[in-house]
Design a protein around this ligand. Structure first.
Ligand SMILES: *Cc1c(COP(=O)(O)O)cnc(C)c1O
Length: 220
């Protein structure tokens, strides 16, 4: 199947969840093909690549930074990034606030939770997140940040039961954090979970945003 056929297939398959087409390592021509098929949200995990693609490609693309972000690189994406998925520390959040203020804009973020068994994956623990939310006054301390929700990556395994358990516990925490700290009418609505290999499990567990790369654009 062509890229445009894959885009249409996955937009339909994940609806009403939002499809982030993960275009990392893929050439601009592949993104242009997906764009022509109607896709507007693209995810990248490297800052330099994101900046280069943003400069070269249509300006109505919404660029999501989905991978681990180093604090010293926030300044390069702050002027244009549409959503940062992987906010995994308070220090990173502080830096995003600083750069968003400099750019006189609000930046939307997701709080990344560590739900997998692999220790190399990033993210807050439940305990860390809850104590952060207890301690801070988000509106006062982060006036330029829009807390749009949470994100997590399951363990890389064939064990569907385990993946389901990890996504299920993230959804449970998401609901609890949303009602306890944000409220139903806030912007805190997005639960980003699911990739090519596990998106259907993620959707069944309540994902509202999936990040799909290789299934659309081919193996990297
Ligand atoms: C690469 C990547 C994806 C997409 O992975 P695929 O398996 O190619 O769909 C999703 N999320 C993150 C954070 C990634 O780095």
């Amino acid at each position: 199947m062509s890229i445009s056929e894959q885009i249409q297939k996955y937009q339909r398959a994940v609806s009403p969840a939002t499809l982030v087409a993960v275009s990392k390592t893929k050439p601009n021509s592949a993104i242009e093909e997906a764009y022509a098929a109607g896709q507007r949200i693209f995810g990248e995990n490297r800052v330099q690549e994101l900046v280069d693609k943003h400069e070269a490609l249509p300006k109505d693309i919404q660029w999501h930074l989905i991978g681990h972000l180093q604090r010293n690189k926030v300044k390069y994406i702050a002027p244009f990034v549409s959503l940062i998925h992987a906010v995994d520390s308070v220090r990173l959040l502080d830096e995003i606030q600083k750069e968003a203020l400099k750019n006189q804009r609000k930046i939307s973020v997701l709080l990344q939770m560590h739900i997998a068994q692999e220790s190399e994956k990033y993210g807050f623990s439940e305990e860390e997140l809850l104590s952060f939310l207890d301690e801070k006054n988000l509106e006062e301390d982060y006036p330029n940040i829009v807390f749009q929700g949470m994100m997590g990556m399951a363990t890389f395994t064939d064990d569907e039961h385990q993946i389901k358990q990890e996504f299920g516990s993230l959804k449970f925490l998401f609901d609890r954090v949303r009602s306890g700290f944000f409220g139903d009418d806030s912007a805190f609505k997005t639960l980003s979970m699911g990739m090519s290999g596990d998106y259907s499990i993620a959707l069944s567990c309540g994902s509202t945003m999936v990040r799909i790369g290789s299934a659309i654009f081919g193996a990297r």
